[in-house]
Design a protein around this ligand. Structure first.
Ligand code: PMP
Length: 451
């Protein structure tokens, strides 16, 4: 329902926010968070009555949009019958959520450990891998994001790690494939795949394979730029893990639950099955915090007779699990995954390629499903990014101008470094998607001014 404009209430909300809310990833005095009055489907509203089309899905999690009535009703019903109960008990909502998730994860990833979000899922997956192998180190990719808690931020490759890097005890980083800015100076995907696999094998051989518990990768790295790996890469990593007795962890926190036009991004890579797979966000469209680890038979066996030494007060919270059951059922009944695939292939993908033809600031368009990135550049030939790596303040002005222009056109864009990610709800309508593309068209003029 469209909320009534109420600028006075909006001002009070903003004032209390500035006085008392300490925001993530921010210099507290340099931010002015928009006060949001309401949200529905693919849209949200501020207190002035301005409407924004949400091309960010929150933080890439409202895969079925805001306020889906069936999920809201399921949460209300769960709240009325059993709002909360401790994790050591078997509960209907929890059992059913685990069953529905396990039914969709690939291979024998049939046991589900629930967390409150993605970082905790990553923390527990790496802990399981270390306990399962008895080895200390984890290999992670430079262009990656795995979460903001102590261990997850150290696994992260993204510059957000830098201020809290503790020396990254137990973490060794490597380069995963990314043809547009190839760390291996490759000319095509086949070369990039071969060189990336050779580099990974060299890294683990020189680190000592017997010291490496796990390799963790985002199936399709999200925050770092939405970079679908070349065919054969993930199968190659799987093979290296098998050869050296290493646990393969795929992080599907962002890419899972329909985002790529498949239930999980790994479904696009024939036959690849990780040993552990993390999820969060889209599992219940973020209506109530929930994440988890899907665990293979072999890793689960390690903890069959000996306790798993980890747990969380709110693991498998009934409200979150009821929301997951309802979300997964909505996605299945309404064909959301198929819709995301079709809209990506027929509307968003072609629409973005058309923008790239007309806007010199677009260096590359890449993605799949409802998971796309535009890489903005000063120069298409040299691929010099529109703003320098990890820019802030004045240096970031071209991207700030792009974002401001998008908002003026009713579009809330996802902006990260020199990229905008096009990650709307997976059930966005064709008309909404086309409106969003038209707003992007206008906003890219602001980026073109810096070419
Ligand atoms: N892994 C990936 C791939 C993510 O994208 C994120 C969040 N953006 C996380 C982990 C961390 O999830 P959370 O913020 O729920 O802890």
């Amino acid at each position: 329902m469209t909320p009534q404009p109420d600028p006075q209430l909006g001002a009070a909300v903003s004032a209390a926010d500035r006085a008392h809310v300490f925001h993530s990833w921010s210099a507290q005095e340099l931010i002015a968070p928009l006060a949001v009055a309401g949200a529905e489907g693919s849209y949200f509203w501020d207190y002035e009555g301005n409407r924004y089309l949400d091309f960010t899905s929150g933080l890439v999690y409202t895969n079925i949009g805001y306020q889906h009535p069936k999920v809201v009703a399921a949460i209300q019903e769960q709240a009325a019958t059993m709002t909360t109960f401790a994790p050591a008990f078997a509960l209907e909502a929890r059992s059913e959520a685990a069953r529905l998730i396990a039914e969709r994860t690939p291979g024998d990833l049939d046991k589900i450990f629930f967390t409150n979000g993605g970082a905790e899922a990553v923390e527990n997956a790496t802990r399981m891998a270390r306990l399962h192998t008895g080895r200390p180190k984890v290999l992670s990719a430079y262009r990656s994001y795995h979460g903001g808690t102590a261990a997850a931020i150290n696994l992260t490759g993204d510059p957000r790690r830098w201020p809290s890097d503790n020396g990254s005890a137990g973490v060794v980083r490597f380069w995963a494939p990314f043809l547009y800015r190839s760390p291996f100076h490759s000319e095509n995907e086949v070369q990039e795949c071969e060189r990336a696999l050779q580099h990974l094998e060299d890294t683990l051989v020189f680190e000592g394979p017997g010291t490496i518990a796990a390799i963790i990768l985002e199936t399709v790295p999200g925050t770092a730029g939405i970079m679908t790996p070349p065919p054969g890469y993930l199968a190659g990593v799987r093979e290296l893990c098998d050869r050296y007795g290493i646990v393969f962890i795929l992080d599907e926190v962002m890419a899972g639950f329909g985002r790529t036009g498949a239930w999980f991004a790994v479904d696009h890579f024939d036959g690849v099955v990780p040993d552990l797979m993390t999820f969060a966000k889209g599992v219940n469209s973020g209506y109530v915090p929930l994440g988890g680890v899907a665990i293979s038979g072999a890793v689960a066996e390690t903890f069959a007779k000996r306790p798993y030494p980890g747990g969380l007060t709110y693991s498998g919270h009934p409200l979150a699990c009821a929301a997951a059951v309802a979300t997964i059922n909505v996605m299945a009944e309404e064909g959301v995954v198929e819709h995301a695939a079709r809209m990506g292939a027929d509307v968003i993908g072609p629409g973005l390629r058309d923008l790239a033809e007309r806007h010199p600031s677009v260096g590359e368009v890449r993605g799949l499903g409802m998971f796309w990135a535009l890489e903005l550049v000063r120069d298409r030939e040299t691929r010099e990014p529109l703003v320098p790596y990890n820019a802030s303040g004045e240096a970031n002005a071209p991207m700030a101008a792009f974002a401001a222009a998008a908002k003026e056109n009713g579009l809330w864009p996802f902006v990260n470094m020199n990229r905008t990610h096009v990650v709307p709800p997976c059930n966005i309508s064709e008309a909404e998607a086309k409106d969003g593309l038209a707003a992007l068209d206008a906003a890219l003029d602001a980026a073109d001014a810096h070419v």
